[in-house]
Ligand binder design. Sequence first.
Ligand SMILES: Nc1nc2c(c(=O)[nH]1)N[C@H]1C(S)=C(S)[C@@H](COP(=O)(O)O)O[C@H]1N2
Ligand SMILES: [Mo]
Length: 303
Amino acid sequence: MAHRWNNTLTRADTTPYAAYLNRRQVIAGLAAGAGLGSIAGPALAADGGDLTPNTWDEITNYCNFYEFGTRKDDPAKYAHLLTTTPWQIEIDGLVDRPGTYDFQTILSEMTIEERIYRFRCVEAWSMVIPWNGFELADLLDLAGVQEGAKYVAFETALRPDEMPGVQYPVIDWPYVEGLRLDEALHPLTIMATGIYDRPIAKQNGAPIRLVVPWKYGFKSIKSIVRITLTESEPPTAWNKANPREYGFYSNVNPDVDHPRWSQASERQIGGGLFSKRVPTLMFNGYAEEVAPMYAGMDLNAQF
Ligand SMILES: Nc1nc2c(c(=O)[nH]1)N[C@H]1C(S)=C(S)[C@@H](COP(=O)(O)O)O[C@H]1N2
Ligand SMILES: [Mo]
């Protein structure tokens, strides 16, 4: 209940970091007064779903970051090899102010807030993650999106010396992703720089990664070094690797099965060995906010 983000977020609802800290202190005080041991109580989503965040240990030990290996515990083992300071992001393409943006400079320009989001991997497991970050729209404002830009392309660092996984041609490195411009500008789309008010762990995509909560997890590209505004739809890593199984949109959709497994339900990480699967929600529970962007689109054909 301490940091509840409901499903009707608008950009006006954002909480500046200082206000967030104040609010936490107030809430902590209230909790202490009420004799509660912790302020991290369960939070309920607007649709009634449980939004209790997974633990730091779960979030940092069960990962997909193929640059460090394909096993779920490989990123926790090897991502420490990645140098994240200093860090620069190239922003180019159809922008007014193309150039090399220093990560620390970007941070100083942005308002960091907390967003507790559901996270649904295409492999049918899920978590709830308390991200810290800022809206991608605010970063794109820094660079100035030009008329004619219709898509945003993203690229992960490619460092064979620091990334033991890239010696294997699992995908065509570097990992690349893309969004339509309206998806990129949607207030739910954030650049995450932290989790649980700590800098984001390297295995989760330090120092900065994308988070698009209504899409399958692979759209949320990690450790970003380049953002390019384009006129045409950019290539994406998993679509290039297997176009039959992975499309450009990749919106969470319980009605469209993966060719090799059902997407109707998911396994919640941390739910225990015998936990039962829970139904997957259309657009991962964010339909009210994002469905209008896909009005008139055949979500079966354009997956
Ligand atoms: N660069 C890069 N980004 C990536 C991946 C990856 O292998 N490389 N895996 C994706 C997949 S499939 C998922 S489910 C999420 C996992 O994020 P997490 O490990 O922080 O939970 O990261 C996504 N972003
Ligand atoms: Mo994933």
